[in-house]
Ligand binder design. Structure first.
Ligand SMILES: C[S@@+](CC[C@H](N)C(=O)[O-])C[C@H]1O[C@@H](n2cnc3c(N)ncnc32)[C@H](O)[C@@H]1O
Length: 429
């Protein structure tokens, strides 16, 4: 099948059905055989999402009335992305994209006209795009405003970092090998990489590679996990014999890290509402030869799943806007609405207040999000602390990473190559 048509179908799924780019791509790539074609489809789809607001501005400048068909729109966006951002020869980009419209032959002339129109006025259109903030920064207007409001000094860098391709970060399983030995192993395979200074397990590869290329991956020597996410297990520093609750655990990145670091916990209970995502927790644990009690349930409905025995440590990796991982999931810029933030904040609050009674006195809860929005982070925790007399913040003091907030600590996307993340530690008196 034609790769550009496949890419257009993926973008249509995102724009029309609100499907995530990851799942639309996973489905679509099943039909693509060659690794080179897969990489091409992937590069175009990620690129179109990353630059969507700019491409959409240019498209609108080239047509008289809005396009009714999202398949046609997606194909034109794909054409514009190749012409403006890829090293595909312009002639080939236009003719191949028009050819890809075989199933919507009526639209071929239109696609051809728009793409040729772009080539004629490329400089002028790109200059116009530079003058309109949402196009120049390739973000929705509400998110630009929110980031400028929350992080007036850092917003410009943050918006830039959101549009960069992310690095591939690894977590070495110290139960199997040392970080230095693994780094050496990578270098022997001509995979250049560096260690992350403020974690004990982190390595960042100079260039992303397929997981099959990572030495010892199948045997659990290493996992793919952003450096900021690796701080969760370090901040919890589990001790032997502790009973641990991992709330919102799937796909299990932090579950497995906690168990790698402390295999002698009395029990680790991992809860997630999504059955399919929970299957991936099982797969990850099997690969790493680790054990946990897996519970598929709404974490807030504790009567449905809690056995009444308190936990010494709780990790709540809350569902959030994911505004800290836009560079990994650029479709967030297309799918997330400003109205989502209030409902996500309400959901986080419900889960947090429901699981608080499960923490033993003297126990610690670590609240984490991959959001950079204050409402979901320090705002959420400040409200929680004022509403719960038995909750006190255990400040995270470190020179290595993050910005200290009113409470908790914020990593902004791109800091030391990390994803945007927020952590706050709360102790029960
Ligand atoms: C940020 S992800 C968790 C990532 C995971 N902790 C890791 O490190 O791999 C958030 C998770 O929250 C789950 N979730 C959302 N609402 C939930 C609820 N009410 N109860 C339990 N899990 C929920 C989602 O299914 C999703 O897997």
């Amino acid at each position: 099948m034609n790769t550009r048509w496949i890419a257009a179908r993926v973008i249509t799924r995102v724009l029309q059905d609100g499907q995530s780019l990851t799942s639309a791509l996973d489905n679509a790539l099943k039909a693509v055989e060659s690794a080179q074609d897969k990489a091409f489809v992937q590069a175009i789809c990620y690129g179109v999402c990353r630059t969507y607001h700019r491409l959409d501005f240019i498209l609108n400048a080239l047509i008289d009335k809005p396009l009714k068909s999202l398949e046609v729109k997606s194909l034109i966006l794909i054409g514009l992305y190749q012409l403006g951002h890829m090293r595909v020869k312009p002639h080939a980009a236009v003719s191949e994209t028009v050819q890809a419209a075989r199933k919507i032959a009526w639209a071929k002339a239109l696609i051809n006209a728009v793409l040729r129109g772009y080539l004629r006025k490329q400089d002028e259109l790109e200059q116009q795009a530079e003058k309109v903030k949402t196009a120049a920064l390739s973000h929705p207007d509400w998110l630009i405003k929110q980031l400028e409001h929350d992080w007036p000094e850092q917003a410009e860098t943050l918006l830039f970092e959101n549009n960069q391709p992310p690095p591939m970060a690894l977590r070495v399983n110290l139960a199997k090998t040392s970080r230095d030995s693994y780094l050496q192993l990578l270098l022997e395979q001509n995979l250049s990489a560096k260690t992350v200074t403020f974690t004990s397990t982190g390595i960042i590869l100079d260039k992303p590679v397929p997981i099959e290329a990572l030495p010892g991956f199948a045997d659990g020597w290493v996992s793919v996990q952003d450096s900021a996410a690796q701080l969760a297990a370090e901040l919890l520093a589990l001790q032997p014999g502790q009973r641990v609750l991992d709330v919102c655990a799937a796909p299990g990145g932090k579950t497995s890290h906690m168990l790698e670091q402390q295999p002698d916990v009395s029990e680790l209970v991992a809860v997630d509402i999504d059955e399919n995502r929970m299957l991936r927790v099982g797969e990850n644990l099997r690969r790493l030869n680790l054990q946990a009690t897996l519970v598929v349930a709404d974490a807030a409905k504790t009567d449905d799943w809690w056995d009444g025995k308190p936990f010494d440590r709780i990790l709540l990796d809350a569902p959030c806007s994911a505004t800290g991982v836009i560079r990994r999931h650029p479709d967030i810029k297309l799918l997330r609405r400003d109205t989502d933030i209030a409902s996500l904040t309400a959901l986080q609050k419900t889960i947090l207040t429901s699981i608080w009674p499960l923490l033993a006195p003297g126990g610690t809860l670590l609240y984490a999000t991959c959001s950079v929005l204050k409402q979901e982070n320090e705002g959420q925790i400040q409200d929680f602390l004022s509403a719960h007399e038995d909750a006190i913040e255990l400040p995270i003091t470190t020179d290595g990473w993050g910005i200290p907030c009113g409470c908790g600590r914020q990593i902004l996307t791109g800091e030391s190559s990390m994803d945007g993340f927020y952590y706050a530690r709360i102790v029960k008196q």
